[in-house]
Design a binder for this molecule. Structure first.
Ligand SMILES: [Zn+2]
Length: 177
């Protein structure tokens, strides 16, 4: 593999876990929706904006065809419900790079992204590779009526309105040995 054909893709969890794009030598890539998942003026958000300004991080909207392929594929393996819009875009962007003959590597601690990437033959790199060791806590909620559910809630539908539930990383705690 030629180093110049490696494409590092950063998902939301990479920023929330504290990864600073400026600490990585290669230019990195992400998708527009990731910015929406970051809390404005938080440290991850500030790092995101700074890296974009310095052209260390490029925001690319993936080809809609690739987004659709990710949707169909993740549905077939049962991970679709756990992927946010940003997650699907991240996977689609990596797929697009792969289809172009490049070598995408998604930096993520999100299990669903890792699972789908793995099954699509796309490489992922967990954040502990970068010395970041955090565990995420997820919030499960209904995107229609905003009712909150415990993270281990077994149904994938809102018990009030029947809408498919979504999840979001809310906080991180250091991993224990
Ligand atoms: Zn609901």
């Amino acid at each position: 593999m030629k180093e110049q054909e490696k494409r590092i893709v950063l998902d939301t969890s990479a920023f929330i876990a504290g990864l600073d794009p400026l600490s990585i030598q290669l230019t990195q890539y992400t998708v527009p929706e990731v910015e929406n998942e970051l809390v404005q003026h938080s440290l991850p958000w500030t790092r995101f904006k700074t890296a974009v300004e310095l052209e260390k991080l490029r925001i690319i909207s993936p080809d809609p065809h690739c987004v659709e392929m990710v949707r169909v594929f993740s549905k077939s393996i049962g991970d679709l419900l756990f992927l946010s819009k940003a997650d699907k875009q991240i996977l689609a962007l990596a797929l697009e790079f792969k289809n172009l003959g490049q070598y995408p590597e998604i930096i993520t601690d999100d299990y669903s992204i890792q699972n789908v990437a793995n099954k699509m033959g796309i490489k992922f790199v967990p954040l502990n590779t970068f010395g970041i060791r955090f565990r995420f806590h997820w919030k499960l909620y209904c995107p229609a009526c905003y009712r909150k559910y415990p993270a281990d809630f077994t149904s994938k539908q809102c018990s009030i309105c029947g809408t498919t539930l979504k999840r979001k990383p809310i906080k991180k705690t250091p991993l224990e040995d």
